[in-house]
Each structure stands twice: as C-alpha cells, then as structure tokens.
Design a protein around this ligand. Structure first.
Ligand code: ADP
Length: 642
C-alpha cells in the first residue's frame, strides 16, 4: 500500500468513527442539527464504504452505484450549508441556488453516466468548491460570534470544510493538468486527512478536549465568585450569575429559578423582563402555573417544563422546542426569546437549591457539550449561592445575638433608671410615714410631698419614654395629623414655667399637616436638653420656612458634643462621654424618640457642635405636607392615644 493510500484509509477511518459518534448522539438527543450532521457523515461513510468494498473485491461498481456515490459527494457542501443554517440564517437565494445546483449535478451525473466530459467535471468541481468555501467562511464568522466550546468547535468545522473544499479542488485539477496528477492526488489526500481530523475535533471532540475548552469559560465565570457573595442581596447575585452563565455559553439570556421549599415553587427574579412581558401580554392566570408577586415570578414545576424536569430529576435537560412540551406557554416562551432551553439543577450536596436555564431562540447545534457546560456552571452557581446562604445565616445569628444583647442592655438600663426615682419615692414615703407615726397631729410635710410628686413624675416620664420606644419599634409612633402652626407650638413650648432662658425667633407662621402631640414632644425634648446641657445660658429656638419645609434649630452655649459621639447621638441609650450621670439625669432615649418622630413625618434631624464646651445646635427639617403616595392618618375625635 502506498503512503498516499494509507493517508486515505486513515481519513476514511476517522470519518466512519465520526459517523458512528454522531449517529449515537442523534438517536440520544434528536434535533434538526443532529440529523443534518448525521446525514453529512452518513453520505461520506456511504462513499467510503462503497470505495472500500469495491477495492477489496477488485470490482468496478455498477454504473448506477457510481452515479449514486458521485451524487452523495456532490451533496456534501449542501448538507454543510444546512448545518450552517443551524447557527445563522442563510440567505434564501443561497439556499435555493445550492439546492438547485445539487439537483442539476445529480441529473447531469445520472444522465451522462461514467463518461462525464472534462468541462462538465470542472463545473461540478467549481460548484463544490465555491459552496464549501462559502460555508467555511460562514462557520468562521459564526465562530467569531460564539463562545467557549462552541467557538472552538466551529473553528474546527470551518477548517474541516476548507480542507474538504481543497481536497475536491485538488482532485479537480487533474482534469486540466493531468501530467501533475501525482502531486494533486497527494495534496488532495493530505487535505482529506486534515479535514477528517478537523471534523473529528469539531463534531466528536474527546471529553478531555471539551473540558479544556470549557475551562476558560469556567475560569472567567468563577473569577467573579468572591465579589458575588458580597453583593447586597440574593437578587443581585442571581442576576450576575444569570448574566455570567449566558455569556459563558454564548446564549442571549439565562435565568435561575430558586427553590422555595415552603411554597414548593421556583422563584425567578428576572421580573424586569417578566414585568415587560406581563404588560405586553395578558398577565398569566393561575392555571399557567406562573404568578408575579412583588417583582418575583413564582412558578410551579410544570409551568416551565425544562426547569421542572431538571429540578425533579436532578439531571440536565435539553429541550429543542419548549412550546411543544407545554403549548399553553408558547406565547410567553416566545416573548422571552426562549424556544430551546438547556436546564441544569443547582444542587449543593443534598440541598436542592434551584435550576439554571440557558435560553436560546434556536436549538444549539452542539447542545450536548453546551449542556455539559451549563451543568458545570450550575455546580459553580450552587457553591456561590450556598456560601452566600452561609454568610446570610451567620449575619442572622449575629443580628440575633446583637438583638439579645440590646434587649439585655435595654432591660438593665431601664431597670437601673427606674430604680433611682422609685427608691427616692419609697424613701420619702417611709420618712413621711415615720413622721406621721411619731406625731399623728403634725401638719402634712409639704416639701416631701412635692419631692414625692417630682420623683413620681420623673418615673412616669421614663415609663412614657419606654412605651414610646416600643411604639417606635413597631412603626406606630407618629399618628393622626392635623393642621398645625409650628410657630405656635415653638412659642408655647418655650413659654412654659421655668423656661425663661428660652428665646424664640419665629418671624412667620409655618403651617403643616403634623401630629401635634409628637411635634410638641419633639420640641419639648430638644428644648429640655438645651436647658439641661446649656450651662445656664440662653437657649435660642429659630423657626424658618423654606419652600415646602420648616427648619427648626435649637441652639445652646453649653457642654457641646464630642466628635466621637456625633455618629451615635440619635441611637437609643447613647449618652455623650462628656455627660456626668450624677449631674445630668437621663436615660439616652430622648433623641432616639426625636429621630423617630421626625422620620415618621418624612423629615430629618441632625446635630452640630464644634466639640466640648462650644455649645450645640439641634436642627430639624420637616416637610409641611404629606408626600404623595403616603397615607396620612387623619385626626378624628375617636383617635385615642395611649
Ligand atoms: P438624655 O438626655 O436622657 O441622656 P437624649 O437622648 O436626650 O438622652 O440625649 C442623648 C445624649 O445626647 C445626651 O446624653 C447628651 O450626651 C447628648 N445631648 C443631647 N442634647 C444635648 C445638648 N443640648 N448639648 C450637649 N449634648 C447633648
């Protein structure tokens, strides 16, 4: 056997191996492109087998069989063109011209028999070479657009097609230049072998090669993992994963359904698209199995069959035409651009987390290797989602611990602060009792009674603060609103007995819809603090109107606020480090409640101070009208405040 013949036999062997491999795939995963690929390699295998059998038996094939073999050869570029159609839309006239050319070639071959005149042979070769060239260029263009494994496989297919064109071109050259037949044949045999190898890589790549091609995509996908787990919420992580998966596979769009064990439904966050969809089409009814709730699609397992199947069987699923599985959903799938789908379960250990689905308007030609990649991506997504869940769980435990600690702090602070006035009350009452027992006719001890009342009032104020904190935490601090002039409130708060140091600048009225009791309480707190921490100096309260807002400031020249305390001033129980507990009674709840009142009215509160000893200014900005969309509670006589 000459070395040229050896080359031919090796290429034949490769083609037959590819045929068997693609045939198995087409049976396992039937789709149009798998059929086209099988037809192409079926035609080549037919040509090869016929050649081999004739060689072995040393027979000249019958005329009709030769014509059939020649026709199968002429059909190859047309079959490749059909395959190209699986990736991109081929111009209709090219399709028709190729089909017409093939039909004509077959007619000519059968009509002229074995004696095809050289000019006709040249025309047939030209048809073959031009069409194969067109297809090769088409595959190269598609390879440029595709990603990952598909890109590499398309490059290999383009190369294989180029070589097959060259193979026929070289064979054709021996017609006009028969004297160099030996050279042409050798080049033709080499390009035949190369086309076999390239097609093998393109159509039946071994697993190790596919893995190494997939690795680059996986690495790019995983590169983002550390930042993903730190995104603010699960929705953002899911959206990034979806985007990453679509990019890695080279599909227009991917979605993730997260399993909710409480409702036994898959939750899809892609409500952006879904929202549009719901607007464009009729919102799907409950019979569709889809429901849009607070920006999230909740879907029964049967609502989107690829996802449901992949989740239920815990195996990757490829569906070439989703509409066929669930005709009722066709309208929706089409609106989502989801005709074909590749779905893989997202599972961490034995925890079923959800499904990753890659959607495509066309069934991907290399669906099997795409499906492998989707499963690998789903496995990575599982790791990311699981670590995020662990981080969330840790944060939840920390928050719980913090809440328990705060509750403990709260209880001990509250108990401590309640104990002081209570002790005072008991001591005073005991003292008065002893006096009364000593001398029953003695006049009432008025001074002690006044102190008793003062202490009891302090106690009541503390209890009221505690109740307000509880209300604030329930979001029920600000209640019924009414028309109120803030200038009146400011003046009335400042003119109460013992507040002679308080000066008011309120040049114009500032009328708004406000909760009278809470606004009074706010100003009481601020003015009381300014007098308490104000070093016996003047306290100035200013009120200004600024468009739709009122700006209130309470300024004192007292102990001031250290910079370190500024960020925590409005937190509960916080007291400044320059405050001496024995000199200034207090629990650190007043400003916390003030913030609750102001924010409950849609305003903001802040403090300004240049540090200890420089005095402080507390500022409040309040919107005078209720923002649209907000439901104000209207003041009615029945509203009873506890
Ligand atoms: P309390 O006065 O009971 O401590 P508040 O919540 O009213 O509670 O105030 C919290 C802390 O803010 C005070 O302990 C004090 O350190 C600081 N603070 C409040 N008002 C003033 C003020 N006018 N001047 C200086 N510091 C103040």
């Amino acid at each position: 056997m000459s070395s040229g013949q050896e080359l031919t036999y090796v290429s034949w062997l490769i083609y037959v191996v590819i045929f068997v491999s693609v045939l198995v795939k087409a049976i396992r995963v039937p789709s149009r492109s798998h059929t086209d690929i099988t037809l192409f390699f079926g035609a080549t295998t037919f040509i090869i087998l016929q050649g081999t059998v004739s060689n072995l038996l040393g027979l000249r094939p019958q005329e009709w069989l030769s014509d059939l073999v020649a026709s199968a050869l002429m059909a190859l570029p047309y079959l490749l063109l059909r395959l190209l159609g699986g990736f991109t839309s081929v111009l209709p006239w090219v399709n028709s011209a190729a089909a017409g050319g093939l039909a004509l070639s077959v007619v000519v071959l059968f009509a002229l028999g074995p004696q095809v005149p050289p000019p006709v042979t040249l025309v047939l070769v030209a048809y073959f070479v031009v069409l194969a060239g067109y297809v090769a260029v088409g595959f190269i263009r598609e390879a440029g657009r595709a990603r990952g494994v598909t890109r590499r496989r398309l490059q290999a297919v383009a190369l294989g097609t180029g070589f097959i064109g060259l193979n026929i071109f070289m064979a054709g050259l021996s017609v006009p230049f028969p004297e160099q037949r030996g050279t042409w044949t050798l080049v033709s045999q080499v390009s035949g072998l190369l086309s076999g190898i390239a097609y093998f890589l393109g159509f039946a790549p071994p697993t190790w090669l596919r893995r190494s091609w997939q690795e680059a995509e996986l690495r790019a996908f995983l590169g983002k993992a550390p930042t993903l787990t730190r995104l603010p919420d699960t929705r953002s992580i899911v959206q990034e994963l979806e985007w990453g998966a679509a990019t890695s596979v080279g599909a227009p769009y991917a979605s993730i359904g997260l399993w909710d064990p409480h409702t036994s439904k898959l939750r899809y966050y892609d409500a952006g698209r879904g929202g549009e969809l719901a607007e464009r089409l009729q919102t799907p009814g409950p019979e569709s199995g889809f429901e849009l709730k607070a920006g999230v699609w909740e879907a029964e397992l049967h609502a989107y069959p690829p996802a449901g199947q992949a989740f239920a069987t815990q195996k990757p699923v490829f569906v070439a035409d989703v509409g066929k599985l669930n005709p009722a959903g066709t309208l929706y799938y089409e609106a989502f651009g989801s005709r074909a789908a590749l779905a893989a379960p997202i599972t961490a250990g034995d925890k079923k987390l959800g499904v990753l689905i890659v959607h495509s308007p066309k069934a991907p030609v290399f669906a099997v290797s795409d499906l492998e990649l989707v499963q690998l991506l789903a496995d990575q997504a599982a790791v990311i989602l699981e670590s995020r869940a662990l981080i969330d769980e840790a944060a939840r435990v920390r928050a719980l611990e913090e809440a328990t600690r705060l509750k403990d702090d709260f209880l001990s602070s509250a108990a401590h602060d309640l104990k002081t006035p209570l002790t005072g009350i008991i001591m005073l009452a005991q003292l008065m009792l002893r006096r009364a027992q000593r001398d029953e006719t003695a006049p009432a001890d008025q001074a002690s009674l006044h102190r008793l009342i003062d202490e009891a009032q302090r106690l009541r104020a503390l209890v009221m603060d505690l109740l307000d904190v509880a209300r604030l935490e329930r979001g029920a601090l600000v209640g019924a609103r009414e028309q109120l002039d803030l200038a009146d409130v400011v003046r009335s708060v400042c003119s109460r007995p013992g507040r002679e140091r308080c000066v008011v600048h309120a040049p114009e009225p500032a009328v708004g819809e406000l909760d009278r009791t809470r606004i009074e309480q706010l100003l009481e707190n601020l003015v009381e603090n300014a007098l308490k921490y104000g070093a016996e100096d003047q306290v100035v309260v200013r009120l200004e109107r600024r468009n739709e807002h009122a700006l209130i400031s309470v300024r004192d020249n007292g102990i001031g606020i250290p910079a370190e305390d500024m960020p925590f001033l409005f937190e509960r129980f916080h007291r400044g480090r320059n405050v001496d507990d024995r000199r200034f009674a207090g629990m650190g709840l007043g400003l916390y409640i003030c913030r609750g009142i102001v924010e409950g009215h849609g305003g903001r509160i802040w403090a300004e101070s240049d540090g200890p000893g420089t005095g402080s200014t507390f500022c409040v900005e309040l919107p005078l009208h209720v923002a649209s969309g907000e439901e104000p509670v209207k003041a009615t006589p029945e509203v009873v405040r506890v």
